[in-house]
Design a binder for this molecule. Sequence first.
Ligand code: DOR
Ligand code: ZN
Length: 341
Amino acid sequence: MTSPDSIILHRPLDMHLHLRDGDMLRLVAPHSAATLAGAVIMPNLVPPVTSVEMLAAYRDRILAAAGPDAATFQPLMTLFFQHYTEAQLAAAQPQLFAVKLYPHGVTTNSESGIHSIDAAEPTLKLMEEMGIPLLVHGETTGFVLDREAEFLSIYERLAARFPRLRIVMEHITTAAAVALLDRHENLHATVTGHHLVITLDDVAGGLLQPHLFCKPIAKRPEDRAALLAAALAAHPKLMLGSDSAPHPQHAKECCGCAAGVYTAPLLLPRMAQLFAEHGALDNLQAFVSDNAIRIHGLTPPDKAITLVRQPWTVPAVYQDSTGLKVIPWEAGHELAWRIAP
Ligand code: DOR
Ligand code: ZN
């Protein structure tokens, strides 16, 4: 049910989430599990998740960390792309949602990413035949503002060469990437909440804002406008994927700030506020769930979350008893929407 002051979201999903491991996993997993019916879990741990054994053990640790909401939170597990045999993929497939491809060195923990797309083709062929989706961090190592644009021709090549491979362009940040969605049937995309709201100006236009620094970096106003228009219209090939990427406060507020914005605790309230501001609340359900369920044929647990138009102040910090501290997006700011108490 949607009214100007409340909305019930059914089976909300985060199609791109970093949960980490150890103390960080225990701190952040409950924030996503509390409000989501499922999330696609990124495999860029150290070392990365590259076997069915690692994947199953990580899933168990996630569910153990998720707290009281674990029963209604479905972790959709991914393997870190490397060369896999058919036997390896077949062994993983019952527990596997997708394989995530990182080019070498483009972001956090991508040191074991691939050096050559051509060399990746045998595994991509297997994935196409087996119906395993490919998720891609689509950036080159070129000039920072052009990295996604430079990767778009690689997406087009992959889409044409593997027409039955379901490809997701992860966390798109440019108008050109939005346009690509309508050119290739097998290309889909996720977009983060923060890339719908910020531009490079918010990151570096005044005093440097480390908590808004992420990869891909936020781009120009016209890019944000194209992303936002597609999201608000519930473009059928676009899904919410937060790319919530927690780092300890000391790794963000330092010389050599780590890339990643921690958005999980405020993801749904912030999206409700954004869609309400633009009179598009009726399309939020498709953006946060229905599109992903249809594109991937998902069966998440039946979980409904009520959001209401009531002020809520984002905590200044999330911390645990070990001294670990994480600063969320919009820390200390008042939002206009909240999860119903
Ligand atoms: O900003 C980012 N942080 N982008 C990524 O692609 C990875 C992520 C992380 O793992 O911290
Ligand atoms: Zn990510």
